[in-house]
Design a protein around this ligand. Structure first.
Ligand SMILES: [Zn+2]
Length: 355
């Protein structure tokens, strides 16, 4: 019924700050609803997005990349999500970067209080450029919390939409996007004993099974509406009606709002089809109809394929949104903080593209 609980205990012992600017900024530093106060030696950057603000805190620790690089990385993810929705999906969002962990970039988690992502000590600029985690987490922010059995939809949407949002700004190529799908999507097919997406909570069915649902939904909506509507319209409508990470919705409400936005019953029909029994899709046939040819790790496109126009419109470039430069603040205070929040989705660990 409720999302899994997350408890992060942080012991913060800090000193009084002696700079006037910091004292001023500390007054503004009150996203106190979450109880989070940036600890000693952390750095916070305020990023102004269209329709929202990100308070990005980088905790103290061993890193191989500069704060500037981290700010740019977060800004690029924010641009991708802002371009997708037309505005940033949260009026004010806390993002905490914690140095550490065994991955280069990993263990991302979105809670009611914001996003937490770990960065390993060996993480390089190229890893930030190639990263999917931050954009993935931002898509969690733009979707309501659901009962646990529907985690496949939360993860499927974030996994499916992240590369689409990034390809539209040119951060990755269409060849990369489709290549990753061809390689990864078979992981979402049901295995023996599968009881449908609502009842089979394996890694493959959650992330790739959920992505397969989203891909099927997107293509069906585009097909039925002569490519005038898409899954994008459903997602935007859900967010516009208040369906963000701070709200708990039923699956019925998600489907109703989404289908109304596209004027179809695609989400309802597909959900009824995939929720409670295994459905195997002919992925090779699908790639052929889309005009995606994958050979020896290389993707080429056939623009004469029946669904080639739909494929091209899915990844069509959009203008890059403007982001105002970060304002920096430092922190000081004596605090013992218990940072407790409900986790919106599972811990997102590296799962694809070899990292
Ligand atoms: Zn996730």
């Amino acid at each position: 019924m409720t999302a899994q609980a997350l408890l992060l205990n942080v012991l913060l012992i800090t000193l009084a700050c002696n700079c006037t600017a910091c004292l001023t900024n500390r007054e503004q530093e009150k996203p106190a609803e979450s109880g989070f106060v940036p600890p000693k030696d952390s750095r916070t950057f305020h990023l102004k997005e269209t329709g929202g603000q990100i308070d990005l805190t980088i905790l103290y620790g061993n890193l191989s990349v500069s704060d500037d690089s981290i700010v740019n990385w977060v800004q690029n993810a924010a641009k991708a999500v802002t371009a997708y929705f037309g505005h940033y999906p949260a009026r004010q969002l806390r993002i905490v970067i914690e140095p550490g962990g065994s991955s280069k970039i990993g263990e991302g988690v979105t809670t009611e209080d914001g996003i937490l992502v770990k960065i390993g000590p060996g993480t390089q600029q190229a890893d930030l450029n190639d990263d999917w985690v931050m954009t993935h987490e931002m898509f969690h922010v733009a979707f309501p919390d659901l009962d646990n059995q529907y985690v496949w939809l939360q993860e499927g949407l974030a996994s499916y939409l992240e590369p689409l949002a990034r390809v539209r700004l040119g951060f990755i190529t269409p060849e990369r996007l489709w290549g990753d799908m061809v390689e990864g999507m078979p992981e979402g097919q049901p295995e023996p004993g599968d009881k449908g997406l609502d009842h089979t909570h394996t890694w493959g069915r959650t992330y790739w099974g959920g992505s397969m649902f989203c891909l099927q939904a997107d293509l069906r909506i585009r097909d039925l509406t002569n490519n005038r509507k898409s899954l994008d319209d459903a997602m935007r409508a859900i967010l516009e009606q208040g369906g963000d990470h701070l709200r708990h919705w039923t699956i019925e409400k998600v489907i109703d709002v989404g289908d109304r936005a596209t004027g179809t019953t695609v989400l309802r029909d597909l959900y009824n089809q995939m929720c409670c029994k295994p459905v195997t899709y002919d992925l090779d046939g699908l790639w052929r109809r889309l005009g995606v040819k994958y050979e020896n790790g290389k993707v080429t496109f056939n623009d004469n394929a029946p669904m080639a126009a739909i494929r091209r419109s899915m990844t069509a470039r959009v203008p890059e949104p403007q982001v105002r430069r970060a304002i920096f603040t430092c922190h000081a205070r004596v605090i013992i903080l218990h940072y407790t929040s409900r986790r919106i989705a599972p811990l997102d660990t590296p799962r694809k593209r070899g990292g």
